[in-house]
Design a binder for this molecule. Structure first.
Ligand code: PRP
Length: 179
């Protein structure tokens, strides 16, 4: 039972309410605009699937997959694009969807790369923000929850590719990853 490995931080109901709240702001901000929603794989896929279904504006979706050079769970800031966007973003309003911003180094790189492609605007929406770990100047435009420096899994987030399917946002018990 994977549920024994975790403690719930935000229940699926709390997450659902927060996603609706974020989508409401996005709907207001992009009222008469078109929007390209860009999900950063893999962690953002659950959040992305939920938030776009609360949007009542015209949206297109695309995905990017990036990875840090040098293994380890700590972001190095040197990022490689594993999968790029399928089409041009020139003149478009881009909203990047992330599950979690930790050091912010991944997002800093992505935002910089996308801004060079001539979009109309680039904004960032993240479900979880860990400001204590920040090593960049990234300041997400839409933030779901600010969280303490814990190992988070569930709702798309993994530990060694597991736990992404948990419906709640959870804290992984240290006994699991320190074994
Ligand atoms: C996570 C998360 C962000 C990044 C945040 O991805 O989805 O992309 O780390 O870290 P940073 O702010 O310190 O740069 P991860 O590399 O775990 O890949 P995944 O989404 O495929 O699980």
């Amino acid at each position: 039972m994977v549920s024994r490995d975790v403690d719930i931080l935000f229940s699926k109901e709390e997450v659902e309410n927060k996603v609706a709240e974020l989508a409401k702001k996005i709907n207001e901000d992009y009222k008469s605009e078109n929007l390209l929603v860009v999900g950063i794989l893999k962690g953002a896929f659950v959040f992305m699937a939920d938030i776009i279904r609360k949007m009542d504006i015209a949206v297109e979706v695309d995905f990017m997959d990036v990875s840090s050079y040098g293994a380890s769970s700590v972001s190095s800031g040197v990022v490689r694009i594993e999968k790029d966007l399928d089409s041009s973003i020139e003149g478009k309003n881009v909203l990047i969807i992330e599950d979690i911003v930790d050091t912010g180094l991944t997002l800093e790189y992505i935002v910089e790369v996308l801004k060079r492609r001539g979009p109309k605007s680039v904004k960032v929406c993240c479900l979880l923000d860990k400001p204590a770990r920040r090593k960049s100047n990234i300041d997400p435009d839409y933030i779901g929850f600010s969280i303490p420096d814990e190992f988070i899994v569930g709702y798309g987030l993994d530990y060694a590719e597991k736990y992404r399917n948990l419906p709640d946002v959870c804290i992984l018990k240290p006994s699991v990853y320190k074994e």
